[in-house]
Design a protein around this ligand. Structure first.
Ligand code: 6GU
Length: 288
């Protein structure tokens, strides 16, 4: 997978070099290019924004800068070839991760994000904006199958809408939000989405089974986890977890997951796949 990021703050994307993403780069599963948008500025002041038509506060990012920048990044031409290729920050280590040691098969997720009339070969263009459709685990899964994702980070009041409309000739374009709050720009949202997507690329996390128990993978929140010691500051680990009864452990985990989802995200229960036993358990705690 290749990720390209267009931004006026390339240094904001430094964290992509660390931890999981750095490991994916080291393994050759991921390439990341970070491009300074000002390389495509046309005037001596390297300006990238202008006042909005119709008036109002703030500035709008200019189409004559964004248009050629997106053309070049899609084609790998012009200043885009001089991208700062991110290398991993980690010292090279060939120690297998704990979750790689179980010999499980690495498998990808089914399904891609291709809409009717779109070229499935066109790269995906992600435009982070608080006015976008919500980004969630289904997008993370679908996008983990992409060869090339480009992120266009807007600042100020956003990017001239014609940039997004025109980019649809070369890209599959998605305007997305990472939540109901306003950030100053799209850079941090790109870090969030890149991490959510890249950890699902086959071989990055080591095994797909470790995703199957993630929150949201079955539409429910994950329950609590415990490790040694059995007793800590007077607090005991729930007895069932040390009982050796795997059936009882599985049922207890399911119930913790249901309880937590009911308390914190009750709306998720409507879309989740629930057994008769699940429904009976929820009825019981609702009654308590
Ligand atoms: Cl994706 N971008 C910006 N700038 N603000 C946001 C956002 C994205 N998601 C929530 N707020």
């Amino acid at each position: 997978m290749r990720l390209d990021v267009l931004t006026i703050f390339p240094e904001y994307l430094e964290p992509l070099r660390h931890a999981l993403l750095g490991k994916a780069i080291e393994k050759g599963l991921l390439a990341v290019g970070v491009h300074d948008l000002r390389q495509w500025a046309t005037d001596v002041h390297k300006s990238v924004d202008d006042s909005p038509f119709g008036g109002g506060p703030g500035m709008v990012m200019k189409p004559e800068v964004w248009g050629p920048a997106l053309d070049d990044v899609a084609a790998g031409t012009g200043p885009a070839t001089a991208a700062q290729e991110l290398a991993s920050a980690a010292p090279h280590v060939d120690r297998a991760r704990h979750d790689e040691l179980h010999g499980r098969e690495v498998a990808g997720y089914d399904g891609r994000d291709v809409r009717e009339g779109e070229d499935p070969e066109a790269p995906l263009l992600i435009v982070p904006t608080p006015a976008g459709v919500p980004f969630a685990q289904p997008q993370a899964r679908a996008w983990s199958n992409e060869d090339h994702i480009v992120f266009a980070c807007g600042r100020y009041e956003g990017i001239d809408q014609r940039v997004v409309d025109d980019a649809a000739h070369r890209y599959r374009v998605r305007e997305v939000s990472i939540g109901d709050y306003v950030l100053i720009g799209g850079e941090v949202a790109v870090l969030v989405m890149a991490e959510a997507v890249v950890r699902l690329v086959p071989g990055v996390l080591g095994n797909a089974a470790s995703h199957e128990e993630d929150s949201f993978s079955d539409g429910l929140l994950e329950g609590p986890s415990y490790t040694k010691p059995r007793e800590w500051r007077g607090l005991e680990v729930p007895e069932v977890l040390t009982s050796g009864n795997h059936g009882a452990v599985d049922r207890w985990r399911r119930e913790q997951s249901l309880r937590r989802t009911l308390e914190r995200r009750p709306e998720l229960l409507e879309a989740a796949e629930l057994s008769k036993q699940d429904r009976a358990f929820l009825e019981q705690i609702r009654a308590d």
